[in-house]
Design a protein around this ligand. Structure first.
Ligand code: PBG
Length: 322
């Protein structure tokens, strides 16, 4: 009790403050998203995400070298292909856009850990995350495409896959398929608790993956739910997920904390496009101190229980971290 106890005693000196800091963001916690566009010679800034670019498979190599040299240890790839089809089969081709990018990056920047998003939405003409039957995404048919896409990414040499489609049973289906093809060493980071969120808006510009009709509410989770997130995570772990993810991050810190308390696998948080764009916009206006704000947000995700954070801010903040 006061006056014996004075909590300010541990705050007067910066060294001591650091010594008693409870949570830290490390370089190795962060994953930088990278968008690969078809064609060549492309370095195109995404208008709703200042500082984030689409690259073609040739220009992305220099970008990956730059990221790696600046301290980024891991990236996650998203593709914008030249052709799309009804079922997203073009995501499964051996020499598809992302498959080629993986081969090139792993050859040129071998120590950069490369993750690939597994989902149909960037590859379907209708922009939904799977095969449409009677006006909605058919769960079990979509599993077939996801399995093919996962095997093609593994064959191209990806280090980890991250299914983001939210179909039921996909982790088990993908795990079995990978294992049958001798890819039992490829880990799966599942977008387990992925909400139907308005925070994905800028990403859909960046990846040209907006649904052409309807929305994603029949497969992504309803934002007010948290018990359901536990069920999603438990099922994914039972099916073989190595890492589970909560997405978005900022408005879902309670979900991250709940999941962390319930399970014993590493938990990832996706600090999504809309969260990035809000901060960037205010930073560019000079309304906030962007760097301090980003650090505080990432720290809040760690405090909530995230072991891993996917963030577009990674490239801006990496030099401030160890
Ligand atoms: C693909 C996918 C999306 C994001 C990651 N993977 C978009 C969506 O579900 O609509 C969103 C990432 C972001 O907003 O940064 N399904």
């Amino acid at each position: 009790m006061f006056p014996n106890t004075r909590l300010r005693r541990l705050r007067y000196n910066a060294t001591l403050r650091n010594m008693v800091q409870e949570h830290h963001v490390h370089r190795s916690d962060l994953i930088m998203p990278v968008f690969i566009h078809f064609g060549s010679g492309i370095t195109r800034e995404i208008s709703s995400m200042p500082g984030i670019f689409q690259f073609s498979t040739d220009t992305v190599i220099d970008e990956c070298k730059r990221l790696y040299e600046s301290g980024v240890t891991s990236i996650i790839l998203f593709g914008i292909p030249d052709k799309k089809d009804d079922t997203g089969l073009c995501a499964c081709e051996e020499d598809g856009l992302i498959q080629n990018a993986i081969r090139l990056i792993k050859k040129q920047v071998p120590n950069l850990f490369v993750i690939a998003d597994v989902c149909n939405c960037e590859y379907t003409t209708h922009g939904h995350c799977g095969t449409i039957v009677d006006g909605d995404v058919d769960n079990d048919l979509t599993l077939q495409t996801l399995k093919k896409q996962s095997v093609s990414l593994a064959s191209a040499g990806v280090d980890m896959i991250a299914p983001s489609d939210m179909m039921d049973g996909r982790i088990g289906a993908i795990r079995r398929e990978l294992d049958t093809r001798n890819f039992e060493k490829i880990p799966i980071m599942s977008y387990s608790a992925k909400y139907a969120s308005a925070f994905y808006g800028p990403f859909r510009d960046a990846a040209q993956s907006s649904p052409q009709f309807g929305d994603r509410k029949t497969y992504q989770m309803n934002p007010p739910n948290v018990r359901e997130a536990i069920r999603e995570v438990e099922l994914d772990i039972a099916e073989g997920a190595d890492i589970v993810m909560v997405k978005p991050a900022l408005s879902y810190l309670d979900v991250i904390k709940t999941i962390k308390e319930q399970v014993h696998v590493p938990v990832a948080a996706y600090n999504v496009s809309g969260e990035y764009s809000m901060v960037k916009a205010a930073g560019l206006q000079g309304w906030i101190d962007e760097e301090s704000l980003v650090m505080e947000m990432l720290q809040s995700m760690k405090r909530a229980g995230a072991d891993i954070i996917i963030s577009y801010h990674t490239q801006d903040i990496i030099s401030k971290l160890v």
